[in-house]
Structure formats: C-alpha cells, structure tokens
Design a protein around this ligand. Structure first.
Ligand code: IPE
Ligand code: IPE
Ligand code: MG
Length: 246
C-alpha cells in the first residue's frame, strides 16, 4: 500500500492545498458548477481525516478567495451555504479525530449566518489537541499582508515597536497565520500552475506539487502520492547539497 511507503520521520508539518477544478470536473459530467463544489466536500472530509491520521500538524485548505466574490451571485450563495452545511455535517468527525478548526480571511464580508456558524464550530473544537485545520475563506494574501502592514503601522505609532523590531518573526506574527509554521508542502489540483493570491509570504520555501486531478477526484491515494513526492525532494534553503547531507 502506498500509505505504508510514507516515512513518518519526514512528514511535512504543514500542508496547504489549493482545492481547484470543481467547476470543470462537474462540467465534464454535464452537471453545473455547484454540483462540483458539493462533490468537493467529500474530498475535504477524506483528506482532513487522512492528514490527521498520519500526524500532520497543520492542514490549510483554500476554500474561497477574495477574488471569488466576483463569481456569479448564485454560485457565491451556494458556496456560503455549503460551508455552513459541510462544517455542521462534519463536526462529530472533527471532534472524533481531535481536529481543531481555525479560519483565516476577511470575515467581515461573509454573510451573518456563515460567520456565526463558523465561530460556533471553532468554539466547539477549541479543546482539540490534534491537527489544526485552517480554512481560508474570503482570503487573499495581499489582503493579509495589507492588514499586517496596518497593524505594524499602529504598533509603530503607539511605540510598541521600533524600526529594528520589525523583523521577519515579528512581521509573520501579524499575519492571519501568526503562530503557525510555514507550509512545507503546497498542493494544487486541476492542472493550474499558479498561486492565485494564496499565502505568498508563507510559501517562500514550500515545496510545490501540482497535479492534473480535479479536487472532487483528489482522495487519500492522491494525497499520499503528493506526500511521497515531497519526501523525495531535497530542501536546501539556499545552502548547497553537500551542506544539507552532512
Ligand atoms: C475550486 O474549484 C473551488 C473554488 C474556487 C471555490 P473552481 O470552482 O475554481 O473550479 P474550476 O477551476 O472553475 O474548474
Ligand atoms: C483559487 O482557485 C481559489 C480557491 C481554490 C479557493 P480559483 O479557481 O479561484 O483561481 P484562478 O482564478 O483560476 O486563479
Ligand atoms: Mg478554479
């Protein structure tokens, strides 16, 4: 079994996923885009469970970008309802798997119902001590970096930081992902080769993995393949290969 080939000593601590291709997958079956999103929920479930079981510490899923607000209103509404439904339907499983839920993004833009429901779900999983599942909803990296810049400007203005204090660690702490390790592995499904405004600061040294498989067809097997591919890479962080293998 492919899962048994995974080296437990070399697991990525944090995996981030751009879940893409729901619409195209649905179209191929002659269905509408929303059908694709509904089918994507099963992949979310299964990848979350597989990651928690393997011992991944953080799993961040890009569910809705700031730019996705520009989609047709009926698709946006369907997605907002789907987030609520999917979170509610999976609450017991999240708790059983000891998963702590967390969300990042511009939540002032979310409908009241989605926002309250997400907050309730976060509160319910607050006691979990296993994997952290981060949902990026109404998220974009430029939004996040601008928000961080504003917080830093405020800190500087009130004297709680001086210019020398604005270092990488401090800057990172002001991002929505403050306190989390950077992703070791980024997976994007559906064959698109871009970042689409996702975690631009945090992905600086992540290993990138692209697959043609669309998100509704990305299941455990495909997830394990991505991790195995990651484990075959040499991460040098600017050093030479000789320095790394010492
Ligand atoms: C990803 O699938 C889900 C969201 C962005 C919400 P898409 O809806 O982008 O599907 P494609 O890329 O159009 O096939
Ligand atoms: C990125 O997918 C956002 C999410 C997966 C939520 P998109 O489908 O919106 O990205 P582009 O527009 O193809 O770059
Ligand atoms: Mg897409």
């Amino acid at each position: 079994m492919i899962k048994d080939k995974i080296n437990k000593e070399l697991l990525p601590r944090h995996i981030a996923v751009i879940m893409d291709g729901n619409g195209r997958w649905a179209k191929k079956q002659g269905k509408n885009r929303i059908y694709g999103h509904q089918n994507g929920v099963d992949s979310v479930d299964r990848i979350t469970e597989a990651a928690a079981e393997l011992g991944i510490e953080y799993l961040t899923l890009y569910a809705f970008s700031t730019e996705n607000w520009n989609r047709p209103q009926d698709e946006v509404n369907a997605l907002m309802d789907l987030f609520v439904e999917a979170i509610n339907a999976n609450m017991e499983k999240l708790l059983a798997n000891n998963v702590r839920l967390c969300v990042i993004g511009d939540h002032d833009r979310l409908p009241e119902k989605t926002r309250t429901n997400m907050q309730e779900a976060i509160n319910k999983t607050n006691g979990s001590t296993g994997m952290t599942l981060v949902l990026a909803i109404s998220y974009s990296s430029r939004w996040e970096i601008l928000e961080a810049a504003k917080k830093i400007a405020a800190d500087y203005k009130n004297g709680s930081v001086d210019l020398d204090g604005i270092n990488e660690e401090y800057f990172a702490s002001k991002l929505a992902t403050g306190g989390m390790p950077d992703p070791d592995l980024l997976i994007r499904t559906s064959g698109e080769l871009r970042i689409s405004n996702f975690l631009m600061w945090q992905l600086s040294y992540s290993e990138l993995y692209f697959t043609d498989v669309c998100w509704p067809e990305f299941k455990e097997q495909q997830f394990y393949e991505a991790i195995l591919d990651y484990q075959s890479r040499e991460r040098r962080f600017g050093k030479t290969s000789e320095q790394i293998s010492k």
